[in-house]
Design a protein around this ligand. Sequence first.
Ligand SMILES: [Zn+2]
Length: 180
Amino acid sequence: MWSLRFDPRARGMFRQPASDVPGAALKSPRPRPTLGFMADTLEIVCPHCATVNRIPSPRLGEGPKCGQCHQALFTAHPVELGSANFRRHLERNAIPLVVDFWAPWCGPCQMMAPEYAAAAAQLEPGVRFGKVNTDADPALGGEFGIRSIPTLIYFRGGREIARRSGAMGRADIARWVRSL
Ligand SMILES: [Zn+2]
């Protein structure tokens, strides 16, 4: 009895009822209380380092950060996509991916860029927005049969669902994406 009574570990066990420390059970990163959420996780590819993160879906709108590089998974800006990271974003994001195929010399592309960024800020984190510079990565433009720019393609589950060519304003982009 004496050894139990003065064992600091045992003492600690008796001194830690949740009611003594309001909120402690929620703040501590113990895995067990979150197990219920684990069944409903979404894979999100980091826009900075392309690591695939598993995010509980209720946390998606709470500014989740990358477990690898610790930067924000959503930045309200389109992700620059190229041969190095396009496939990962296309195939591993649990959320739909919209891609703007553009080029620096294209006037309508330049006009649409801030509109596209505004649509990204509006629709994240439900949708990932990306951009492919078809001058820098002509193979990607060829793979998707891009004949004019800007062309937007909406992907879900790695498959093309819809596409639209020509510059659009932020409201039209958002309306189109929401309709899919
Ligand atoms: Zn990262």
